[in-house]
Design a protein around this ligand. Structure first.
Ligand SMILES: *[C@@H]1O[C@H](CO)[C@@H](O)[C@H](O)[C@H]1NC(C)=O
Ligand SMILES: *[C@@H]1O[C@H](CO)[C@@H](O)[C@H](O)[C@H]1NC(C)=O
Length: 370
């Protein structure tokens, strides 16, 4: 094990290594906001812009006019966030269409910061999405770098954007506390805010969902495993299995390089047991899960995808081989969607590194919102 700081150092070096590899392979990423790897493609392929966040090397494509995508986050169209000082009772007191900080929303031992985005028109009994950022990120960055808030204006759900209290802003996905139902840690602070939203904002308890990228993806697994009573579905973008980052007795946001490098190999039963031990005695339905991972991920190695598959198929009692595994017309080539049952899908993105770009509209379908 080493500290998250050295881990961050390692992560920071990766883009340089990718730059050195001058050309992306077929189906590899070649541009997009936040992308610092190769921007040209191997011969016979061309870099095609799919969205602001993702350009891909596609075979035989005519070279498109070069679209230079800024690698930094575009100037924030975000109004400055407002702190209300305390969690207002009732959604009416929260300003619309503005990222707003709340506090005093219940047990929050690590002082996770919490921000809410309420659209102009809230659906009756709205759904809630908890969207968790990556290491070095913030609630504000995930808010402006994703479409979760923007799409809430169409679909009327409410979004919570938690912000990590730890230096380096990785999430606590390793402590005993965070991996236990109501055991403390970052996960309890986030679960408290979701419970607060149900009790005070009229959020539909049957439609409380979690999504996150990288460290936020790991947090999503933690929330799904330790708070199955609160969360009804989770989408894990480039994360790890529940409990894979466990580092008992170490600081809350410890890095687990064994897990990150895909060297923690357990059986499905052992992985499922970590989930069951998080909340012994829980007999309700487990949140349905969707996991996404890139085969060229060198931060959280792709083996983590297969460990997640073992874990969730065992939790749901599904066979270990998918019912179907196919490409999807709306996804880039090289993406495969393996369905194991109604509650678990695993999407593998060929040639994609850390992290798989977000597909928010599809996530909303999985959540049953869109
Ligand atoms: C789905 O198919 C792809 C490509 O054929 C393969 O790489 C991937 O491992 C399969 N997914 C699962 C979960 O078995
Ligand atoms: C994967 O396939 C299943 C079954 O066809 C479908 O319901 C689901 O929406 C697909 N998932 C994605 C991410 O496209």
């Amino acid at each position: 094990m080493f500290s998250f700081k050295s881990a961050l150092g390692l992560v920071a070096l990766l883009p340089l290594a990718q730059l050195a590899a001058a050309q992306s392979p077929v189906w590899g990423q070649c541009g997009g906001i936040g992308w610092s790897g190769a921007t040209s493609c191997v011969s016979g392929t061309a870099c095609v812009k799919l969205n602001d966040y993702y350009s891909q090397c596609q075979p035989g494509a005519a070279p498109p006019p070069t679209t230079t995508v800024p690698v930094t986050t575009p100037p924030a169209t975000t109004p400055p966030s407002t702190s209300t000082g305390s969690a207002p009772t009732g959604l009416a007191s929260i300003p619309a269409s503005k990222l707003t900080q709340i506090s005093n929303f219940g047990p929050n031992p690590n002082n996770v910061q919490m921000f809410v985005y309420k659209p102009a028109k809230v659906a009756s009994k709205p759904a809630l999405i908890v969207a968790s950022h990556f290491c070095t990120g913030t609630a504000q960055q995930y808010f402006s770098g994703s479409k979760f808030a923007q799409l809430s204006e169409t679909y009327g759900y409410v979004v919570l954007f938690p912000s990590s209290p730890h230096s380096g802003t990785c999430w606590d996905v390793s402590s005993d506390a965070t991996l236990k139902h109501d055991g403390g840690g970052d996960s309890q602070g986030i679960a408290s805010a979701a419970r607060f939203a149900i009790s005070n904002w009229g959020v539909d308890p049957a439609r409380v969902f979690a999504v996150g990228t990288s460290s936020g993806a790991m947090m999503t697994s933690v929330l799904a495993g330790a708070y199955p009573d609160v969360f009804k579905a989770g989408i894990v973008d480039s994360g790890v299995a529940f409990g894979c980052f466990a580092v008992p007795g170490q600081p809350a946001d410890s890095w687990n390089s064994q897990c990150a490098q895909g060297q923690l190999i357990l059986t499905g039963q052992q992985w499922a047991q970590r989930v069951f031990d998080a909340y012994p005695g829980f007999t309700g339905a487990r949140p349905k899960m969707q996991v996404w991972h890139g085969t060229a991920d060198t931060t959280l190695y792709p083996q983590n995808f297969y460990e997640e598959v073992k874990q969730w198929t065992t939790v749901f009692g599904y066979p270990s081989t998918p019912i179907s595994n196919a490409s999807e017309p709306y996804l880039p080539g090289g993406y495969s969607n393996a369905t194991f049952g109604p509650n678990f899908q695993a999407i593998l993105a060929q040639g994609v590194g850390h992290t798989v770009p977000l597909f928010e509209q599809q996530y909303l379908q999985f959540f049953g919102i869109a």
